[in-house]
Design a protein around this ligand. Structure first.
Ligand SMILES: *Cc1c(COP(=O)(O)O)cnc(C)c1O
Length: 379
């Protein structure tokens, strides 16, 4: 049942999602306009309670973006320029950006070639590198790239040995589970994003921090509101980190559909993998992991092979994306920060390709993508 049409396929189809829930979205947004609590509205509190319950953690602090969620945690750690925070070199730039904004020094670590995540070994190597650069390793940001949980148990062990805090950057992984345990409770705190294209996205910017430490949550709430202890009494430096009530209302509606969407994502990822395994390197599936599948990312044998596949997809109106084309340590703005050997990360920047992926992708559209890959790499 190949779709013979040549119609463009959406890389991520937010319109299709909207059509399913539009009436509820309109009502939820109208509700906020009616009560007028544009910040700190009841929808924000309801969202925080619902997210904390889903993540099975004590506290959720909803905020203005995933970047601000990371930043607020790093600000709570009171870091200085000689303090190092280990960050994978293969991630969205915000992971490292938040470290710099918080006044500390990011030190880049390599990743695993199959999971695209940190490993205990690459973390150890980056800690050693930070020390050799005269820095004090203070923390590590474990990213759950593309929705695949990082090896949190092994990372926690290395972090404990070196007395590092662990911040889980789960911006791409809200809804993922490791050994049946939802992400959110791994590490001292976890940060997520509701950027529209994330698995759970709003219609603007939004994010959240999760933690099981109530005292820490109180500090994060204070940082979210200019470091206020009480109204107009400031005992620390903070930011304008609140989430809009309208965005919380949107997320409240989207949460009702989230389990169905996660199931659809899993079904589509499994179908892709069944059709593409052996043709191209497909993403890790594991019996102990449930994935939110923020992206479906394959890897080619070489940069030339990737460009070949990209061109065939483009000619068929099939969009693809390269997440990420440049390792963070090689970005102009970040080249000045220390980096361990990141040869695997560099290799991945040259060979990965993300395929169209969202819960509303039709079987016909999926068949067109699969056929393009088979055409690029005939067996
Ligand atoms: C999207 C993303 C962020 C930043 O989230 P924003 O809400 O866009 O600020 C941080 N880290 C990773 C890994 C991301 O994918």
């Amino acid at each position: 049942m190949t779709d013979q049409s040549h119609a463009p396929i959406a890389f991520i189809d937010l319109k299709a999602q909207q059509s399913v829930m539009r009436a509820e979205l309109d009502a939820a947004i109208a509700g906020v306009l009616d009560h007028g609590g544009y910040l700190h509205g009841k929808e924000v509190h309801a969202l925080e309670a619902a997210l904390a319950a889903r993540a099975n953690v004590q506290a959720c602090i909803a905020c203005s973006s995933g970047t601000d969620a990371l930043l607020m945690v790093l600000m709570a750690e009171e870091l200085g320029p000689r303090d190092a925070v280990i960050v994978p070199a293969f991630t969205f730039v915000a992971t490292a950006e938040a470290v710099v904004l918080a006044g500390a020094t990011p030190v880049f670590a390599d990743i695993d070639a199959e999971t695209y995540n940190l490993t205990p070994e690459t973390l150890e190597a980056a800690i050693a590198h930070a020390k050799s650069a005269g820095l004090t390793p203070r923390g590590v940001i474990a990213v759950d790239l593309f929705g695949l949980p990082a090896p949190h148990h092994a990372i926690a062990e290395v972090a404990a040995q070196h007395r590092l805090f662990v911040l889980d950057d789960m911006a791409q992984a809200f809804g993922s589970k490791l050994d049946g345990v939802p992400l959110g409770g791994f590490g001292k705190a976890a940060a997520t994003s509701f950027y529209p294209a994330k698995p759970l996205g709003c219609y603007g910017d939004g994010g959240a921090v999760f933690t099981n430490d109530e005292a820490y949550a109180a500090i994060l709430r204070s940082i979210r509101q200019h470091g206020e202890l009480s109204r107009y009494e400031n005992d620390r430096i903070g930011i304008t980190g609140r989430i809009d009530t309208i965005q919380a209302a949107v997320l409240g509606v989207k949460l009702r559909y989230f389990d169905d969407e996660l199931a659809a994502r899993d079904r589509i990822a499994s179908a892709y993998t069944a059709a593409l395994a052996g043709v191209i390197q497909t993403p890790v599936h594991s019996a102990t992991i449930e994935q939110a599948w923020a992206q479906y990312t394959v890897r080619c044998d070489s940069q030339a092979a990737r460009e070949h596949l990209r061109a065939i997809c483009a000619a068929r109106n099939i969009p693809t994306q390269i997440y990420y084309p440049i390792a963070l340590a090689d970005q102009k703005a970040y080249a000045k920060f220390p980096s361990a050997d990141i040869s695997v990360a560099r290799h991945c920047t040259e060979t990965v390709l993300s395929l169209p992926f969202h819960p509303y992708l039709s079987d016909a559209q999926m068949s067109r993508v699969i056929e393009a890959v088979h055409t690029a790499f005939p067996s």
